[in-house]
Design a protein around this ligand. Structure first.
Ligand code: UD1
Length: 423
């Protein structure tokens, strides 16, 4: 088991480069099932991406990978049922239910795993499949979807909450359906737009309007090449690292208009943020100012950046309040922050953070992806040497985080647990 050994207190200075977006590439890999032949570029090297390729391989796809490029041929798909060995470690495995159902009129998958962020039901996904004409059954921990007629039939589906995964699953299931599907109150995250652009380039007929998405069913999709959008949450992560550590950092290869709510919060905290076409520059003051922030569906402040901004606020001047509106259980990392000397209370959906002068090193444990990245941000500014275990969570969503951080002046090393015990 590997962990990060971090010596805090170094100012961060230099440039980092964002990779392709995890939350865009995962649904696009599921969408590949709908196309005969796909070439993707800007594919990040993440453990969740490797898991998706394992799923595609298991289904029967032919895959060639070379650095950030992947070529996927789907003619050989023969398996339509994903077992728990393939789904238990990754929430987005659920998205394959929609794409397989869309193309092969049946799909089966064990209940998905992924980050522990509280209850993560998939009722909206399954209700939507039923609305499109599928019979959906729970087969002792595995969900089986079968088209009741020869094809799915377009329908109007209203989501009670703009769920990202449900929106993606509905799009994937209805691309090849008969007639038109309308999603009312869909998620509008940039990753949804990336999925739609990919599918439209492959011959789908999808339009995004304010408050709805319209999918006109087509007969088939064609060969396609596509480059994955940059990761806005990775950009927000490096902004948080810089903000927490008096940083002076240029973040390259990002789309600043995808994370305006995040840049606005860092400005409010007293950072100087300059926006360029494909990059963002951030310079942080010695001490940040406390702020109030609430997570909301896009274009609001993203829940995925919530624990990161909390890490930056631990030493801010004054009392900050963060309200989490998307997930029930996304404050778990606060227990680890307290081990570092932070002063914070959780009251229902709110975290109240009283900025302290210093935080101190400790042995802490990552329990989810973004919480793990937030621990890195906190340990980088904690006095002394900290050890973060559970970093396999971090590897799910960040390519070479430690290399990037070292290149901007951080002291961070990946060590195996045995090495740690000996040393
Ligand atoms: C996606 C992102 C995740 C991000 C989240 C919210 C990927 C791979 N993951 O997750 O990083 O934090 O969006 O921006 O893209 N819900 C239901 N029933 C459902 C579906 C969702 O109640 O059928 C609830 C969830 O429990 C949660 C809320 O809706 O409280 C939002 O979830 P959703 O937008 O679906 O998140 P994911 O797609 O799982």
């Amino acid at each position: 088991m590997a962990c990060f050994l971090i010596e805090g207190g170094r100012k961060l200075e230099g440039e980092v480069y964002c990779k392709g977006a995890k939350n865009a590439v995962l649904p696009i890999l599921a969408a590949c099932v709908l196309c005969p032949d796909v070439t993707l570029t800007n594919v990040p090297e993440l453990s969740d991406v490797s898991r998706s390729f394992k799923i595609l391989e298991f289904l029967g796809c032919e895959i060639e990978r070379d650095k950030d490029r992947a070529h996927i041929k789907t003619d050989g798909i023969k398996n339509l049922a994903l077992g728990s060995d393939l789904t238990s470690k990754m929430r987005s495995s659920v998205i394959f239910l929609g794409s397989l159902l869309g193309r092969f009129k049946m799909s089966q998958a064990s209940y998905p795993g992924g980050c522990e962020l509280g209850a993560r039901p998939i009722d909206m996904h399954l209700d939507a499949f039923r609305r499109l004409g599928a019979d959906v059954k729970d087969m002792h921990g595995s969900i089986r979807c079968v088209c009741k007629e020869s094809n799915l039939k377009g329908s109007s589906i209203t989501l009670s909450f703009p769920s990202v995964g449900a929106t993606e699953n509905i799009i994937l299931a209805s691309v090849l359906a008969n007639g038109e599907t309308e999603i009312i109150n869909p998620a509008r995250e940039p990753e949804i737009e990336d999925l739609v652009s990919f599918l439209n380039r492959a011959g789908a007929d999808i339009s995004i309007e304010s408050g709805s998405i319209h999918i006109k069913g087509v007969r088939s999709l064609k060969k396609v090449s596509y480059s994955i959008m940059p990761d806005r949450i990775e950009a927000a992560t490096y902004m948080a690292f810089a903000a927490a550590n008096e940083g002076n950092v240029l973040i390259r290869n990002c789309c600043p208009n995808h994370f305006e709510s995040v840049t606005a919060s860092f400005r409010e905290m007293g950072c100087n943020v300059e926006i360029y076409k494909n990059s963002v520059y951030i310079r942080a003051p010695q001490r940040l100012k406390a702020i109030r922030v609430s997570t909301m569906p896009y274009p609001g402040f993203p829940t995925d950046a919530q624990s990161l901004i909390m890490a930056a606020l631990l030493r801010a001047e004054g009392t900050s309040v963060i309200v989490e509106n998307i997930f029930d259980s996304r404050f778990k990392v606060s227990e680890e922050f307290i081990k570092l000397g932070a002063s914070l209370d959780i009251v229902g959906r709110a975290a109240i953070i009283k900025g302290v002068d210093e935080i101190y090193s400790a042995d802490v444990s990552a329990r989810d992806l973004r919480g793990g990245a937030a621990l890195v941000a906190a340990c980088l500014c904690a006095r002394g040497k900290s050890c973060i275990s559970g970093i396999s969570h971090i590897d799910r969503g960040y390519e070479n985080m430690e290399g990037n951080l070292r290149s901007i002046g951080a002291s961070i090393e990946r060590i195996s647990k045995e090495q740690d015990e000996k040393g």
